[in-house]
Design a binder for this molecule. Structure first.
Ligand SMILES: Nc1ncnc2c1ncn2[C@@H]1O[C@H](COP(=O)(O)OP(=O)(O)O)[C@@H](O)[C@H]1O
Ligand SMILES: NC(=O)OP(=O)(O)O
Length: 317
């Protein structure tokens, strides 16, 4: 009998799948690996993308502290290099957690993290309007000091404190897509486009130049899902379903949304910018990109129920 065709899914992992520091990340990675292995056991071929907001901020702060301690010996590390470091730091834990969980369950697949660069447009207006929060939450006093001393762009984040923001251009093309496809096609779980991918500009000849930015991982995951010809984009986050009137007494959780309905809710301001809005927009783009494609937003721990159609919010054309 012919083997059942596997469903190819790209998974985008957010903050609750990774934690905010090294010990939290180690614990979270194992929880995340369990959820992803549940999807593999449901017959999915998975490709994993992830965020890096807290981590890339931590890495850049650490590198800057070195420069301040000994400016003769150390030089400033560009943000693009900090994104590359965050891919290694997070990929290391995720790759090991996946390896261990797959061996425990007898899943016979390889796992590899691909250092991934993503082309961005130097004239993207996002470079003039920083929106991507990175690093820890700050007090008003810390924010004022950093604006004065380091000329950082800092915004107030929905009553939760202050956060540094950096440019977040749209992903155009994934430089290492051929390598990613080859690994996926030869039975590897691939971790790619970490932290939204290392943003790069194409310059003279074949040279790529790092850009001072952090790409949104939901948009990078969407690009990845299109480019590996995935059937489903799954965004695993901290809520089981997308809601309208979120956080209000009349909150209504949504089981499914068409692209048209989602567009209307976006225009009505139902989804918070910087959190749920990019997720819904990424899902809309993917669902509309080719007939038969669908996207799902759900809680990390509900991944198996989500793919089985029992929970989550499904976005369809
Ligand atoms: N309309 C909405 N429906 C559901 N959650 C929403 C909505 N608007 C904002 N949110 C918030 O968005 C959060 C997910 O965004 P975020 O914290 O940035 O996720 P991640 O780190 O997983 O990428 C949810 O935990 C929830 O608090
Ligand atoms: N790069 C990115 O989107 O990171 P977060 O998901 O942590 O914000």
């Amino acid at each position: 009998m012919a083997e059942k065709k596997k469903r190819r899914v790209v998974i985008a992992l957010g903050g609750n799948a990774l934690g905010k520091n090294l010990p939290e990340q180690m614990v979270a990675s194992h929880r995340t690996a369990k959820a992803i292995c549940d999807l593999i056991e449901e017959g999915c071929e998975v490709v994993i993308a992830h965020g890096n907001g807290p981590q890339v901020g931590m890495i850049q702060n650490a590198m800057n502290a070195l420069v301040r301690t000994d400016p003769e010996r150390y030089i400033t590390v560009p943000l693009s290099v900090c994104v590359a470091m965050s891919q290694g730091y997070i990929g290391y834990d995720l790759q090991n957690a996946m390896r261990e969980e797959m061996l425990d369950r007898g899943i016979d697949l390889g796992v590899a993290t691909v250092l991934t660069q993503i082309e961005v447009d130097p004239s993207d207006p996002a470079f003039q309007h920083p929106t991507k929060p990175i690093g820890p939450f700050l007090t008003k006093e810390e924010a004022d000091r950093l604006i004065l001393e380091r000329h950082y762009d800092i915004v107030e984040d929905a009553g939760r404190g202050y956060r540094r923001v950096v440019a977040s251009p749209a992903p155009r093309s994934i430089i290492e897509i051929g390598t990613i496809r080859s690994l996926v096609d030869t039975n590897h779980v691939v971790i790619a486009c970490g932290g939204g991918g290392i943003p790069v500009f194409r310059t003279e000849g074949h040279h790529l130049k790092g850009a001072a930015a952090v790409i949104d991982k939901d948009f990078a995951a969407e690009r990845l899902a299109e480019e590996v010809d995935a059937d489903t984009l799954i965004i695993l986050t901290a809520v089981e379903k997308v809601a309208v009137h979120f956080g209000k007494p009349d909150q209504r959780n949504l089981d499914s949304l068409t692209v048209g309905e989602a567009q209307r809710y976006c225009e009505e301001g139902e989804f918070a910018p910087g959190s749920m809005l990019p997720k819904v927009q990424a899902c809309m783009k993917f669902a509309a990109s080719k007939p038969g494609r669908a996207a799902l937003i759900t809680l990390l721990e509900k991944a198996r129920d989500g793919i089985s159609g029992k929970t989550g919010t499904r976005i369809i054309a």
